[in-house]
Design a protein around this ligand. Structure first.
Ligand SMILES: Cc1cc2nc3c(=O)[nH]c(=O)nc-3n(C[C@H](O)[C@H](O)[C@H](O)COP(=O)(O)OP(=O)(O)OC[C@H]3O[C@@H](n4cnc5c(N)ncnc54)[C@H](O)[C@@H]3O)c2cc1C
Length: 461
């Protein structure tokens, strides 16, 4: 490597200190590379720390311990069937690769000290494959930060990566980072892009998905900086028009998406002035994709409705399966338990139990008479007030194109030497079917990218 007035030097620089970036930093340092992780905000973790923690995987030790027989072949058959149902073609080789990598990564995380509940059922998968981080993804981030610190990874907070620097051969030479002291030019043997998604970059979203009417993004740090930096040096992108449809989510941790079954069971959706949202509209609001109603909404569950919801005593196991066995609604997929029942919500700030309509109205901030008019006739307490919720965009799904080794590809398909992509910043395949792959792939791709970057940097020295 040449020195053209660099301020700093590392074997591997990772841009983004969310789940994929921390995992990449840990993998690079474990392979012996001097590693810097640049994080734009004041805290590591990104959206990973906010995640419910679902990882979909097959043939795992968690499944074996629970007596669940599964294999990658069965898993692949389920994904192929889901793709057929969705009218989508899949790349079987890459899907297989990703499935194996995600399942192996779950075991790596267990070895690092991460615990999982489950496996929980998750249709249309024919076998319970839902593994959920315990107690939640803030712990997952803690585990990664502590493991990275042990390997002397230099995690620099409030230090956004701003620009990728190439040498005269078109290989990655370093990164410009912007700290509070001004720009810092870091010479690097290899760089991993792990700067998350672009749902908060309105200009980028309007350009790639002009027909999308947007709800508010969940977090404003998701400005697609990694996508922008990569595109500027000629990287190929794919699926950029794929932005998650707006979803109703609780606005405090855990950011649960309430289940559509709640309205059919009798739960009422009300605005913050206590006005009822009528059943048909309420059902639409609980489905992803509905784009109006961006104001705060509360969900009110009276005693008669609570009796119709799934309870822990409905579970037979393994995992949370009572809702699936009885057909009774759950509140939403949630950290630790997989599927939250009303009882689980008591632990969270967005749950309030009110003995009377007056107390429920006081909590919402509306007039008791208005709330009473929005509830069923003769509605009896206790009332569970869940909220506020808002319709938000949680993520975008397009990324910088990579191969299975996570090398970033240029527009013409060649590898951009020294540049790797991980997490939602990058994209290997377009369809997996069901959820629980974004987090698993963030971890797996971070591991692959970090190790690959360390190897590449080692060869340059
Ligand atoms: C509420 C919620 C629940 C979810 N639940 C699940 C789930 O249960 N299962 C699942 O599979 N997926 C889930 N997801 C999606 C999944 O969590 C994410 O796709 C995944 O964790 C993304 O990891 P990442 O490291 O790529 O991005 P992030 O974790 O968002 O990390 C990106 C990091 O890069 C930083 N950054 C941005 N720009 C720069 C820059 N210029 N320089 C330096 N740093 C920068 C950001 O500040 C951030 O810390 C959920 C997402 C949300 C929002």
């Amino acid at each position: 490597m040449t020195n053209l007035g660099w301020d700093d030097k590392a074997d591997v620089v990772v841009i983004g200190g969310g789940g994929a970036g921390l995992r990449a930093g840990l993998a690079a340092a474990t392979a012996g590379a001097k590693t810097i992780v640049l994080e734009k905000t004041g805290d590591p973790g990104g959206k990973t720390a906010m995640s419910i923690g679902i990882m979909t995987a097959s043939g795992t030790s968690v499944q074996k311990a629970a007596g669940v027989k599964d294999s990658h072949a069965r898993h692949l058959a389920d994904v192929v069937a889901m793709a057929k149902e969705a009218g989508t073609k899949i790349n079987v080789t890459s899907t297989k690769f990703m499935m194996r990598a995600c399942s192996a990564e779950l075991e790596n995380l267990i070895a690092l000290g991460v615990k999982f509940s489950g496996p929980h059922p998750e249709g249309p998968h024919g076998t319970p494959r839902m593994h959920v981080v315990q107690p939640d993804c803030r712990h997952l981030v803690d585990v990664l930060v502590r493991a990275a610190a042990k390997k002397r990874v230099d995690i620099r907070l409030n230090t956004p990566g701003a620009e990728l620097i190439l040498d005269y051969k078109g290989r990655i030479a370093g990164v410009r980072a912007d700290s509070k002291d001004g720009p810092c030019f870091i010479e690097a043997g290899a760089v991993v892009l792990a700067a998350g998604d672009y749902s908060a970059n309105r200009a980028m979203v309007e350009r790639v998905a002009p027909n999308l009417k947007l709800a508010i993004p969940l977090r404003d740090f998701a400005t697609g900086d990694g996508h922008r930096m990569a595109m500027r040096i000629g990287a190929k992108t794919q699926n950029m028009a794929r932005i998650n449809l707006p979803q109703l989510r609780f606005m405090d941790f855990p950011f649960v998406e309430p289940s559509p079954g709640l309205v059919a069971a009798g739960a009422r959706l009300v605005t913050k002035i206590g006005a009822r949202i009528k059943t048909k509209l309420a059902e639409s609001i609980l489905m992803p994709g509905f784009e109006d109603r961006w104001e705060e909404i509360f969900i009110v569950v009276d005693a008669a409705t609570a009796a119709k919801l799934a309870k822990p005593s409905d579970d037979v196991g393994p995992g949370r399966d009572g809702w699936a066995l009885t057909g009774k609604p759950f509140i939403g997929t949630a950290p630790e338990v997989g599927y939250a029942y009303l009882e689980d919500c008591r632990a969270w700030d967005w749950h309030f139990e009110a003995p009377s309509i007056t107390a429920a109205a006081r909590h919402i901030g509306c007039k008791p008479a208005d709330l009473a008019a929005s509830l069923a006739k003769n509605s009896k307490g206790p009332f569970h007030v869940l909220g506020p919720t808002r319709r938000v965009i949680t993520n975008s799904g397009g990324g910088v194109a990579t191969n299975e080794k996570t090398n970033v590809l240029a527009e013409d398909g060649r590898v951009i030497k020294g540049l790797y992509g991980a997490g939602v910043n990058a994209r290997l395949i377009s369809f997996m079917g069901g959820h629980g792959y974004a987090l698993a792939w963030a971890m797996a791709s971070g591991n692959i990218a970090g190790a690959g970057a360390a190897r590449f940097a080692g060869k340059q020295n």
